[in-house]
Design a binder for this molecule. Structure first.
Ligand code: GDP
Length: 368
């Protein structure tokens, strides 16, 4: 007869097959008298939150719950992949709750970038996407920059209410929570508990706040449109910037093409000679060619000259799909979700942008 085992920390049903899903524990841990899921185990013994991804259904359950509570919602986005990490549905579910928007990973953007301008850009972009945050903060969770300001903003705007931290996977939510624990957690083994979100089977990490209220860390939500799903972990390291991006400028004539590895392609199809600035991982190779040679170059050299993808992941990479953009205003960004963007300096240009089917490509007012 099958019996279900539950975690003593959070009550989640234990499973031993899916590492990044709720309730995972290594099979060997089942031998113990008391079984804890890996997420609770790490929290207890290393003071570290491990990020767990949710299915879309689970995420919807959490979202529905948020509107019914009186709380401050802290939404974290990756400033390097703003739209890709946005969580489009959120504003419909938060009810009357205020949302504090936090842009993480500012360390990746050029130091010369004016932060006020960036904050204003985020406010405007949020509004265009249907969300009016009470405020916008910037931080680098990894470098420990801006953490205090975000903590102060949270304390200011929560007005004695609970706090929910939300964000899709990879925005740096765990890094941020772990910084909070380090800075304010004190004797965390006593302080931090895990709990069920009412009405669901999801475990959340709770950090008690000084007035008896709670800060909840919700599990991360998988974003299906990110490039990360199409490359292997070594290749992901190449395309994910780790330090300040050094923009690369190209003066292009019409009918010229740039390949970003073999993952994306940028054609300057029509317009006057113009300047294009690429904001991509410093490790990602940019290959320039003529547009009429681009197809054959790609067919012959994807996986070797044009990498990533490597020889293996090229076999499973979805075919490149074209999107056409007409650039009317000076300084627009063409964004390849998860890979970066190209700032176009020029007017009345036609751009043809290619990305693997399923990866979002979009145009926006320039972030810089
Ligand atoms: P989560 O899935 O939202 O919990 O994200 P993690 O905290 O696991 O972070 C995802 C990735 O982003 C990791 O590789 C982190 O090292 C990286 N990361 C987190 N915060 C920052 C940051 O402020 N700057 C940079 N450059 N990388 C960060």
């Amino acid at each position: 007869e099958e019996r279900t085992i539950t975690c003593v920390g959070c009550g989640i049903e234990i499973q031993t097959t899916e590492k990044n899903q709720l309730g995972y524990t290594p099979p060997s841990a089942l031998e113990k008298d008391v079984v804890t899921c890996q997420r609770c185990f790490r929290l207890k013994h290393y003071n570290e939150v491990q990020d767990i991804s949710l299915t879309d259904d689970d995420f919807l359950k959490i979202l529905h719950g948020l509107g019914e509570r009186k709380a401050l919602i802290v939404k974290i986005v990756d400033i390097f992949d703003f739209t890709g990490s946005w969580l489009p549905g959120l504003h419909r579910f938060v009810g009357n709750n205020e949302v504090l928007l936090v842009g993480n990973k500012v360390d990746l953007l050029p130091k010369s970038l004016n932060h006020n301008r960036l904050v204003n850009w985020m406010k405007k972009s949020a509004k265009d996407l249907g969300l009016r945050p009470v405020d916008v903060c910037l931080m680098s969770a990894e470098k420990g920059k801006g953490i205090e300001e975000v903590a102060e903003a949270i304390d200011h705007y929560r007005n004695g209410r609970d706090v929910f931290i939300v964000g899709c996977t990879n925005v740096g939510k765990s890094t941020f929570i772990n910084q909070l624990i380090k800075a304010y957690g004190g004797d965390t083994e006593q302080l931090i508990t895990t709990s069920h979100f009412p009405g669901t089977t999801l475990d959340m990490i709770d950090l008690p706040l000084d007035d008896g209220k709670t800060l909840y860390d919700t599990p991360g939500i998988i974003n299906h449109h990110q490039m990360a799903h199409y490359v292997d972990s070594e290749e992901l390291k190449v395309i994910t910037p780790k330090k300040e991006i050094k923009p690369k400028v190209f003066q292009l004539n019409p009918e010229q093409t740039l390949f970003f590895g073999g993952l994306c392609r940028f054609d300057f199809a029509e317009g006057e000679r113009s300047s294009f600035t690429c904001y991509l991982s410093n490790e990602l190779m940019i290959h320039r060619t003529k547009k009429d040679k681009a197809n054959s170059l790609y067919e012959q050299h994807v996986g070797e000259l044009l990498v990533p993808p490597g020889p293996t992941s090229k076999e499973t990479l979805p075919p490149l799909v074209k999107s056409t953009f007409l650039v009317r205003e000076e300084k627009m960004d063409i964004v390849f979700s998860g890979l970066g963007w190209v700032t176009v300096h020029g007017q009345h240009l036609r751009i043809e942008a290619y990305a693997p089917k399923g990866v979002n490509v979009s145009i926006r007012e320039s972030i810089i």
